[in-house]
Ligand binder design. Structure first.
Ligand code: HEC
Length: 130
């Protein structure tokens, strides 16, 4: 009895997914920034931005819309303290592409992301990471 209802539930799910895939606009949605993929990209960042007290980098929870260098419990470089940015799409894109070009002298030991799609997607994920 129990198993039967699980199967029925599974079939409903499949039907729902099939309907979604067939929906007009699905192709466009696939082109748009993809926060789920961004979460995978974020695994690279999480090596340093881990939210732990001994993390190498500052917590990125709520970083979208936050002022740069503004967490009290992280010792930023002077460069980051002086950057005077409010993290948004544009400056995050520039910083993640080439951290040293955007904030010269900052000490994030990361060369940047090369793939534009990875950058868009990780920003989409950061918007949801609170
Ligand atoms: C090897 C460690 C490391 C990696 C990997 C890394 N970061 Fe960082 N990140 C840092 C450090 C350290 C800082 C602080 C820089 C400073 O104070 O100059 C920083 C700062 C930042 C800031 C500014 C935060 C603030 O509070 O103003 C953002 C945004 C950021 N990183 C995003 C990312 C993203 C997104 C990724 C992955 C694509 C990433 N970082 C990968 C170490 C890292």
């Amino acid at each position: 009895m129990r198993q039967k209802s699980t199967v029925a539930f599974g079939a409903t799910w499949l039907a729902a997914i099939a309907a979604l895939a067939a929906a007009p606009g699905a192709a466009q949605a696939a082109q748009a920034a993809d926060a789920a993929h961004g979460k995978q990209v974020f695994a690279t960042c999480a090596a340093c931005h881990s939210d732990k007290p001994d993390a190498i980098g500052p917590s990125l929870r709520g970083v979208f819309g936050r002022k740069s260098g503004s967490l009290d419990d992280f010792r930023y470089s002077n460069a980051m303290m002086r950057a005077n940015l409010t993290w948004n799409e544009d400056n995050l894109r520039a910083y993640l592409k080439d951290p040293q070009a955007k904030v010269p002298g900052n000490r994030m030991p990361f060369g940047g992301l090369r793939d534009e799609k990875d950058i868009d997607d990780v920003i989409a994920y950061l918007k949801t990471y609170r």
